[in-house]
Design a protein around this ligand. Sequence first.
Ligand SMILES: NC(=O)c1ccc[n+]([C@@H]2O[C@H](COP(=O)([O-])OP(=O)(O)OC[C@H]3O[C@@H](n4cnc5c(N)ncnc54)[C@H](OP(=O)(O)O)[C@@H]3O)[C@@H](O)[C@H]2O)c1
Length: 258
Amino acid sequence: MDLELQGKVALVTGASRGIGRGIAQALAREGCDLAICARGQEALEEAAETLRGEGVRVVARAMDLTEPEAGGEFVAAAVEAFGGLDVVVNNVGGNRRKPFEETTDEDWRELFDLNVNSAFRVTRAAIPFLRKREGGSVVFISSIFGRETGGPGLSIYNTTKSAMISAARIMALELAPEGIRVNSVAPGSIRFEGGSWDRRVKEKPEEMAKFVEENLPLGRFGRVDEVANLVAFLASPRASLLTGTCIPADGAQGQSLF
Ligand SMILES: NC(=O)c1ccc[n+]([C@@H]2O[C@H](COP(=O)([O-])OP(=O)(O)OC[C@H]3O[C@@H](n4cnc5c(N)ncnc54)[C@H](OP(=O)(O)O)[C@@H]3O)[C@@H](O)[C@H]2O)c1
């Protein structure tokens, strides 16, 4: 299926490795020009070079998206380079595991800044530009743990990931009349070289084999391209009836009924 993304402009946050990089790669293969960011310059430049190999234009900005001005600057850089914006993928995010009683205001502030505020600032800055194009699309990378309890130690992570899904739904309602779609994707456990699951498998192979057996019905971790393909579809005009939804990419790992 031609996703009809050729010549569109896409912005992907946190695209120097892992899921964000895979999403940028999938969008580049569909012919999108790309704006990407991450904090580490070297890995970001290497990712940008690889993406240019797909024959698209790439703007790479090394920045920390938890800085209040960074989201606006990133959007401005994309628009300056390409003259507009069609797709926004909010991928930057991380986890802090701790029993709730031990969590501090600082822990909550830090993870809200990383998982929620960074994405909201980018999206707010992008909306005026999405409005100027036909069929803008915003995708938030949440988690299956934004949809269900997950377990002890996950109070901060789950709250931030639920917040993304919840706000995306409202954004979808507010922006639907203007033809801008807003969706979330909820990955399950995704393994890639150097990622957190890969580290855990290498550190504790037996424990992780048990985890896979008990939690992953397909008997394996998810792959980056399996999330990236879904995001590329959601970003595309082919997904024109999909807005305000959250789609798991989890091989039936999640326990949520909906
Ligand atoms: N992997 C999984 O199993 C899984 C499951 C469910 C949900 N998710 C979600 O999927 C998203 C991506 O996960 P991942 O495993 O691919 O993460 P990752 O390996 O930690 O990669 C995160 C990317 O974001 C960049 N980044 C991190 N903090 C940043 C900041 N403050 N400002 C700008 N860029 C920043 C990183 O580069 P620098 O470090 O150089 O900044 C990197 O490019 C996250 O939102 C995560 O919560 C992942």
